[in-house]
Design a protein around this ligand. Structure first.
Ligand SMILES: [Ca+2]
Ligand SMILES: [Ca+2]
Length: 283
């Protein structure tokens, strides 16, 4: 499958000062955000839209494993009835056989009407494979966060501090009572097309919400205070950093749709709310 042509557009982001992490005023869930000033040394290019599909040159990890995690609320009764395992800490995630980037909700779903949505069910390993194939790379966490801020300083969201300025939705998130009721007030209970919500000051869409995005960095709970120039995170780890939150994020459970917020998964993980976009060094 050819990549969506718009996905190959890129924004060139200039050198600038980056504040990685911030206080979110949201209690204990903010501990991992950290707060240190870093110089983002090199200019870099960034895909405007996070909807690049995995390379046809390689089967995705979900296809190799034979299953991938899908939010229970999106599954047909038929698919749900065939599953007898769940994740104890998050029972709304079910391992669905034959769920992959072509079949986001399992074998009875497809992406034919979603070619302008973010790709899902792509592991970190496969995201790296795609970006490499495309002559690009994953962004570092610092690059991602710099891109998310869109030129604004000390703001919670890519557009400012207010979640819904003048009552307008700026990102695809969860409205209602997670995980039971998603009212879809923003227009979408699953992913949305990548350009339906406003771009940030750098012309980048969906930096928060819609789909989580992998970064290149290994996860650690705190940012290093020593690594002040173009930080790349720890040299080793178990999990990779993901940023931005998804259409499943609600403040009551996942206040991760902030530029500073972060979470993690193992590099072979895939799920129905996790995608990526590629970056490249500016030439
Ligand atoms: Ca939504
Ligand atoms: Ca996103």
């Amino acid at each position: 499958m050819a990549a969506h042509s718009a996905a190959l557009q890129a924004a060139v982001l200039a050198v600038g000062l980056l504040l990685v992490g911030a206080d979110c005023g949201c209690g204990s869930t903010s501990r991992e955000d950290g707060a240190h000033s870093h110089k983002q040394g090199a200019a870099f290019r960034y895909s405007r839209e996070a909807n690049e599909p995995p390379a046809s040159v390689q089967r995705s990890g979900a296809e190799k494993f034979g299953d991938s995690f899908v939010f229970e609320g999106l599954l047909s009764e038929e698919v749900k009835n065939g599953i007898d395992q769940a994740v104890a800490a998050a029972p709304w995630w079910l391992p669905v056989k034959e769920a992959d980037w072509r079949h986001p909700e399992g074998p009875d779903s497809d992406i034919s009407q979603r070619m302008d949505h973010p790709v899902l069910h792509v592991s970190w390993n496969d995201a790296v494979a795609f970006c490499t194939w495309a002559g690009k790379r994953l962004p570092t966490e610092a690059e991602w966060e710099y891109a998310c801020r869109g030129g604004l300083e000390n703001r919670i969201f890519p557009w400012g501090n207010k979640l819904e300025p003048k009552g307008q939705h700026f990102a695809n998130l969860w409205q209602g009572d997670f995980p039971y009721t998603n009212t879809g007030e923003d227009g979408y209970v699953k992913t949305s097309p990548v350009t339906v919500f406003p771009a940030n000051g750098y012309g980048l869409y969906n930096m928060v919400g819609n789909a989580w995005e992998w970064t290149a960095d290994w996860w650690t709970t705190q940012h290093s205070a020593e690594e002040v120039h173009n930080p790349r995170g720890p040299s080793l780890g178990k999990d990779k950093v993901k940023k931005g939150g998804s259409y499943m994020c609600h403040k009551s459970y996942c206040y991760r749709y902030r530029c500073a917020a972060r979470s993690q998964n193992t590099p072979d993980s895939s799920a129905s709310n996790l995608g990526f976009r590629c970056a490249a060094d500016a030439r």
